[in-house]
Design a protein around this ligand. Structure first.
Ligand code: NZQ
Ligand code: ZN
Length: 380
């Protein structure tokens, strides 16, 4: 077990009709900027609940933070926030709106260009306080310090780390309007967040293994229920809580983590626009296959405890990988690059980028450009 310090200060407000808590959670004296995506919140009553709760507050609105939020869009929000001397930010939407708001929060107190903060977060001084109303369970952004920002000019996508949200409101009923594909991507994203903290070493805390397996099993249990009826409150509430718990630092306590699948996935998204969770459903099984030797013990443990597959040979590992793919297919996600019409050019470009950046990923820091290419070739 690794040494660790765990502190997560985000207040979680969870359940039906909880958006009204905004009234008391944000000080009346604040000058708020509310940030939104492309308009889904106007179709599902979230916008009206938010504006009703903040009726007596002083706020402005910024619209148009797109999926895979771009620094180009966020620069406009930062300029608007500075012009209006905003001192509190409220993100209302999915992970993209929350991530984008994290960059705005850091950049409001910075004179240079926001992209510099993404590339060099040590330049971040003071963050403007921010909070969220989450409408899409997937990223864990509502209760973590991470944000992933894209640059559409250079086709790059990078994570950076800043401060935690002050609070996040999670009302599962807001998810009833999600497109089926986004739900599937959210389930896959949550699943892979758990796997990237779990599928590494036998020396990870035994307790964290059980928490991780608990989230994976919960996702496997609720996925068919959600597919049948996405207004099943208990199923959606369990999905939402699972997504938050998968990436708020909790299940990673004392663990060696991987993140190679995510980093390769970000490149695929940056170069092709394929949705984050979908990239992971393609890449994770290939990562398991290519790194089967170093991950052997944990793959076998996962197979037995999560899917009830017993055995300790290479064939058992194949079965476990196939079962993982089957789960992603049950979500109607693609599990190969061919299905996504992604050709070898993209694979070679990612290999080149990783080599240029001297990337070394994974728990053993052995996933460089060459291994990333091998993993992507195994995704074909
Ligand atoms: O923009 P609007 O109109 O709101 O529509 C969104 C968007 O089109 C729609 N949507 C969200 N809630 C809805 C809804 N539609 C109907 N009803 C609702 N209740 O869904 C679409 C996708 O939204 P987005 O926010 O992009 O999805 P997600 O939450 O999956 O976020 C993806 C981004 O988060 C990053 C990804 O890389 C990607 O950029 N990640 C962030 C992480 C973090 N901060 O820790 C970790 C993750 O691994 C991930 O990398
Ligand atoms: Zn993810």
């Amino acid at each position: 077990m690794n040494n660790f310090i765990f502190q997560n200060p985000t207040k979680l407000i969870f359940g039906k009709n909880t958006i009204s808590n905004l009234t008391k959670e944000i000080p009346l004296s604040s000058k708020i900027m509310i940030t939104f995506g492309g308009g889904s919140v106007k179709k599902n009553n979230v916008y009206s609940q938010v504006t009703k709760a903040l009726d007596s507050h002083n706020y402005i609105e910024f619209w148009g933070i797109e999926p895979n939020p771009s620094v180009q869009t966020l620069r406009k929000a930062i300029a608007l926030g500075k012009e209006n001397k905003v001192d509190f930010l409220l993100a209302v939407g999915g992970g993209s709106v929350i991530d984008g708001t994290k960059l705005i929060s850091a950049a409001l107190n910075f004179d240079g260009d926001a992209w510099e903060l993404v590339r060099n977060p040590s330049l971040i001084n003071e963050m403007t306080p921010y909070a969220s109303v989450l409408t899409l369970p997937a990223t864990g952004s509502e209760m973590n310090r991470g944000a992933v920002i894209s640059n559409t000019e250079t086709q790059e996508k990078y994570s950076f780390y800043s401060s935690y949200p002050k609070f996040s409101i999670l009302d599962p009923e807001t998810t009833y309007t999600l497109p089926k594909f986004q739900i599937s991507c959210g389930i896959a994203d949550t699943f892979v967040h758990v796997m990237e903290q779990y599928l590494t070493k036998k020396t990870n805390p035994l307790l964290m293994d059980r928490w991780a397996e608990g989230i994976l099993q919960t996702l496997i249990d609720i996925a068919p229920r959600i597919k049948k009826d996405q207004t099943d409150y208990e199923a959606m509430a369990n999905f939402m809580l699972s997504a938050t718990m998968a990436l708020n630092g909790f299940i990673g306590m004392g663990c060696q983590t991987d993140w190679a699948t995510h980093m390769i996935g970000h490149e695929v998204t940056a170069l092709t626009g394929v949705t984050h969770g979908q990239t992971l459903a393609v890449i994770l099984p290939a990562t398991m296959s290519v790194l089967r030797k170093q991950k052997c013990d944990k793959i076998l443990q996962y197979g037995e405890r999560v899917f009830g597959i017993k055995g300790n040979d290479d064939l058992t590992i194949d079965k476990i990988i196939e079962k993982t793919k089957e789960f992603f297919r049950s979500l109607e996600l693609a599990t190969s690059l061919t299905e996504l019409n992604i050709d070898e050019k993209i694979i070679f470009e990612i290999e080149k980028r990783f080599n240029e950046r001297k990337v070394k990923l994974g728990e053993d820091k052995n996933v460089d450009g060459t291994v990333a290419k091998e993993i992507l070739m195994a995704c074909k």
